[in-house]
Every structure is written in structure tokens, then in C-alpha cells.
Design a protein around this ligand. Structure first.
Ligand code: AMP
Length: 250
């Protein structure tokens, strides 16, 4: 069983962003808010794991199964890297060297992508936040992540998977020397984010060394439980409303 029960999210209701209002603290947020009133955002789930841990594969399945939307930071950046300008060249260079792309570029791309998804049961943000500052910036100005899905996998397995993928992927960063750098960057920059959410009791750890089918079973279990928690919160709210209106009438 891959889900490490030690990291089960506690107090999901309070931790989640149901009913969260965009705090208009920046240009991006003002835009996301669509005006001073703000908008109700879909629940946001961050998806983290080393390169080759299967984040993309699992996110796609979750989109199919639970009607979520997916935003993949890496895909957005790979697209940006094609631009024939200074920013495009900078992004390309970071990717080629297994480094994290500067925050302002990544965040702007991400916010723009997420804004398209106001009407959906949840948004999975694949490969984000890659460093503490991204996590803090996102949650300060946009929305608190409901949970962080962490795909745990040993380095040797990551290396073997990426080397194998590199035979056909055509990705510049699936080459041996870059694979090593990406894994190092993950440990140095992203593991502190994982530890932060673990302390914060919002980390959900999945054993990503398992076969994809088993990882998906664990993820499905988590999201089915999420649906039940949501339904129970809604029932509680409806009951409260009924009770308060009957108290007013009495
Ligand atoms: P991935 O597709 O997740 O393996 O990411 C490929 C590359 O894109 C990474 O090695 C980074 O150079 C860049 N990248 C992906 N996500 C982020 C992020 N959240 N912040 C900065 N750079 C990122």
C-alpha cells in the first residue's frame, strides 16, 4: 500500500480553499479576481516529486477520472523556451541545465493558465512549487493549496526511468548529465518544500516506485475520500442553515 498514513492531511476543511477569495495584492491577482469582489476558486492541489516520478502520467489519469484540470509547469516552460527572444533563451538555458526557472517567469505563466479554470472540481498543478518562495508567493497572493501530493521515489529508479524515457522523448534534459543535475536540484530546492508541507500537515505521500496502476489506486482512494469529506461539509452547512432558519421562525 503506497499511501503513507503518517502524512494524512489533518483538518482538510480548514486547510482547504473552499470559499477562498482571491486577495487582490498584485496585478496578477487583481486579474484573477476579476474585480474587487473576487471569485470562488477551484481547490488547488500541488503535485511534487523527483523528475521521472510519474507526476505527469498520474495527473493525466486524474483529469480523466475526476474531471480535474491540470497545469504542468514544465510544459508551460518548454513552450516558453521556444520563444525567439531573451526570456525564451533564458528559460531554455535553465531547462537544459536542470535548473529552476526564475520565479517571476514561472508564476506569470502559471497564473495565466489557471485563470482559465475557474469552473472545475479542482486544479492539479504538476511540478509546482519547486522552491519555497514559489509556494509562499502562490499561497499569499492566489490561493491556499488544499493538499500537496508528493510522489516519493528513490534516485536510482528516477535515473533508470529518465534514461529509458530519454531514448525516445527527445527532451534535452533527459540526457545523462542533466538527469543528474535535475535530481540534485530536486533534493536541494524542492525537498524543503515537501518538508514544509509535511510539517504543515498538508502533505499526502504516495509510493511512486510502484507500478503506475497501483499509484493510481492510491491516488483514487485519496480523492474519493476528498469527495466524501466535501459532501459531509456541505451537509453540515445545509443543516446549520436549516437550524438557524428554524430558530429565527420560533
Ligand atoms: P519537468 O517537466 O517537471 O521535469 O520540468 C522540466 C524543467 O522545467 C525543470 O528541470 C525546470 O528547469 C523547469 N521547471 C519546471 N517546473 C518549474 C517550476 N515550478 N519552477 C521553475 N522551473 C521549473
Amino acid at each position: 500500500m503506497g499511501m503513507a498514513s503518517g502524512f494524512v492531511c489533518v483538518g482538510m476543511g480548514a486547510a482547504g480553499n473552499d470559499g477562498a477569495r482571491v486577495r487582490a495584492c498584485s496585478r496578477v491577482d487583481a486579474r484573477a479576481a476579476g474585480g474587487a469582489e473576487g471569485v470562488k476558486l477551484p481547490p488547488v492541489y500541488f503535485v511534487l516529486g523527483g523528475p521521472g516520478s510519474g507526476k505527469g502520467t498520474q495527473c493525466k489519469r486524474l483529469v480523466d477520472e475526476f474531471s480535474f484540470r491540470q497545469v504542468c509547469a514544465g510544459d508551460l516552460l518548454r513552450e516558453k523556451a521556444k520563444d525567439d527572444d531573451e526570456i525564451g533563451a533564458l528559460v531554455e538555458n535553465c531547462i537544459r541545465n536542470g535548473k529552476i526557472v526564475p520565479g517571476h517567469i514561472t508564476m506569470e505563466l502559471l497564473y495565466t493558465a489557471i485563470e482559465r479554470f475557474s469552473e472545475c472540481p479542482g486544479v492539479l498543478i504538476d511540478g509546482f512549487p519547486r522552491e519555497i518562495k514559489q509556494a509562499v508567493d502562490f499561497e499569499t497572493v492566489y490561493a491556499r493549496a488544499r493538499a500537496v501530493l508528493f510522489f516519493s521515489c528513490p534516485n536510482e529508479v528516477l535515473k533508470a526511468r529518465l534514461t529509458n524515457r530519454g531514448l525516445t522523448s527527445g527532451r534535452v534534459d533527459d540526457e545523462a548529465s542533466v538527469i543528474e543535475k535535475r535530481i540534485n536540484t530536486f533534493h536541494e530546492m524542492t525537498m524543503p518544500v515537501v518538508d514544509y508541507y509535511r510539517r504543515n500537515e498538508r502533505l499526502q505521500c504516495f509510493d511512486a516506485e510502484q507500478a503506475p496502476e497501483s499509484v493510481f489506486d492510491d491516488l483514487s482512494g485519496f480523492f474519493k475520500a476528498e469527495e466524501m469529506r466535501k459532501a459531509s461539509r456541505q451537509r453540515e452547512q445545509e443543516n446549520k442553515k436549516i437550524l438557524s432558519s428554524s430558530a429565527t421562525q420560533a
